[in-house]
Design a protein around this ligand. Structure first.
Ligand code: HEM
Length: 503
């Protein structure tokens, strides 16, 4: 009896699988090249084998496939069609040239399922559009490059530099101080308020935000097949993930309540303009007029704030960690950047972001860190309609991986791709030269709306640190391999300690 049942179950599974595959291939498409696919699983078993048994990160495996088969590489993971794009120009042709078709997130992705109709990053449709427009308008209104916003950022960077000064050259892991400064900057930018250094609430929030980041890995096998998604959730303890997210939202709720209370106690003329205040005023005014924009609500404000902390925090913290590590690993480059800064602005005056054009080597250095660090290794889009690229078809509901790390590491686009060379961003006259192959902040309608803020932070941090400190690895720890970063939701530098000596 047991034998009969298992034979019947096997036949049933086979019939269902063949039916699905048949439906998938009813229409024959001219698909881009890719590795040979298994009839049923496509490349899923290869991916499982590499990630689970060979411990190769999925991002790296996908990059290898794409280097082997071309910058637009087709794969299938069981039923899910995937295209990996590892060329910045192709990404731009698709995401700008055919923006209507390439601006959604994949609806089946775990994070899209959980965050549907919430915030911005994994949201879609009218709710995404309304919040994205609001944010873009706000960032333009307060303008990075405008002094008031830069001053807010600079106050936090000054706190950071004071803190480093107090450590008197003690060797330490730079991560936690950078995180305190970066998350505080996000809060000051969106609320006009600022935490004191070492505020226990900020510390609690950061611990929460940095817990379990590996559970939201974006490209591993569990992303494509519901059964594997369930296994992944069980493995990472679904209840724990849920409790971390609820606690996070509770913290943001507390922050916004505190913000509202402060506003009530402030007279109109004293009130500091801010993104949160603008959201609440817009909501209030539109409620009175009875024309609330798509999905604007206090709950959505929570998700928006949460998204800004998540999208703007880990990315910027990781980039600054790479900046410090690269300064320490390449002392001659560090001296050259410092010399340029000190000769142009001295040790005490702070240049504005707009004055970066006077510091071309510093700009080249930061761009080389963004390239080699490849902080956001990739991001998903979904085709909302059938599309084409040159002679290839890209069917509706194909997941498109914009593989930023592969774009920055393609030997066909970059000389000595894995060597740290800021000069590649300078022209013959020593002026900074933008390189179209670098897409650190993505492209098209979903490109990073926080790019201006992030670039301002990276610039002010680099200048501030080099005006005051020499950054070095402790004696005997200079053998860190710059190519041994770890892939997760961001590409993080290998663990390291640093010492900061006043100059
Ligand atoms: C060095 C720092 C940063 C890097 C490298 C970075 C990079 C990126 C990338 C690659 C994307 C994906 C875009 C796509 O889907 O194609 C993105 C999205 C996003 N980023 Fe950033 N980002 C950084 C900092 C920030 C900051 C400071 C903020 C705001 C506080 C921010 C807010 C966002 C948001 C809200 C999205 C989602 C946009 C959407 O889906 O419409 N990012 N970022």
């Amino acid at each position: 009896m047991a034998d009969f049942l298992s034979v019947a179950a096997t036949i049933l599974i086979l019939v269902i699988t063949i039916y699905y595959l048949w439906r998938l291939n009813v229409k024959t498409y001219r698909l881009p090249p890719g590795p040979k696919q298994n009839l049923i699983f496509g490349s899923l078993l290869d991916l499982i084998w590499s990630t689970l048994f060979k411990k190769e990160p999925a991002f790296l495996k996908l990059a290898k496939w794409s280097f082997q088969h071309g910058p637009i590489c087709y794969l299938r993971f069981f039923r899910q069609r995937v295209i990996v794009v590892s060329d910045a120009r192709i990404a731009q042709q698709l995401c700008i040239g055919q923006a209507d078709k390439f601006s959604e997130r994949p609806p089946g992705l775990l994070l899209s399922r959980v965050l549907k109709n919430k915030g911005i990053v994994f949201n879609d449709g009218p709710s995404w559009k309304a919040h994205r427009n609001f944010l873009t308008h706000e960032f333009r209104k307060y303008g990075f490059g405008k002094l008031s916003m830069e001053q807010r950022i600079q106050y936090v960077i000054d706190d950071y530099l004071n803190q480093i000064g107090k450590m008197k050259g003690k060797v330490h892991d730079p991560h936690s101080n950078i995180a305190i400064a970066v998350y505080n900057i996000i809060w000051t930018v969106i609320s006009g308020d600022k935490f004191n250094w070492g505020d226990p609430f900020l510390q609690k929030l950061i611990t929460n935000l940095e817990t379990n980041l590996h559970a939201v890995e974006l490209t591993g096998p569990h992303n494509y097949v519901t059964l594997l998604t369930l296994c992944h959730l069980i493995w990472h303890n679904f209840f724990r993930l849920w409790s971390i997210t609820s606690t996070r939202l509770y913290y943001f709720k507390q922050l916004i309540s505190k913000f509202k209370k402060q506003q009530e106690e402030t007279t109109d003329s004293e009130a500091e303009e801010s993104i949160i205040l603008d959201y609440l005023v817009k909501l209030e005014n539109s409620r009175k007029r009875d024309d609330v924009p798509a999905d604007f609500s206090e709950t959505q404000l929570l998700w928006l704030v949460s998204d800004l902390f998540i999208a703007g925090g880990e990315t910027t913290v990781t980039t600054i960690r790479w900046i410090l590590l690269c300064l320490a690993l390449y002392p001659q480059i560090q001296e050259r950047v410092r010399q340029e800064i000190v000769e142009t602005f001295g040790r005490d005056s702070t240049p504005t972001y707009a004055q970066r054009t006077q510091l071309p080597y510093t700009e080249a250095f930061i761009n080389e860190v963004l390239r080699l660090g490849g902080v956001t290794p990739g991001m998903w889009r979904n085709t909302s309609q059938d599309a084409t690229y040159e002679d290839y078809d890209i069917p509706k509901d194909t997941w498109i991986l914009l593989h930023f790390w592969a774009m920055s590491n393609d030997a066909n686009q970059w000389d000595d791709a894995r060597t740290f060379k800021p000069e590649r961003f300078l022209n013959d006259q020593g002026k900074f030269l933008k390189n179209e192959n670098l897409l650190a902040f993505s492209t098209g309608r979903r490109e990073c709306p926080g790019q201006g803020l992030a670039q301002t932070e990276l610039f002010l941090f680099t200048v501030g640190i080099l005006q005051k400190f020499k950054v070095a690895l402790p004696d005997g720890q200079n053998n860190i391999d710059i190519n041994s970063g770890q892939f997760g939701i961001t590409y993080t530098p290998p663990p390291h300690l640093l010492e900061f000596t006043p100059v």
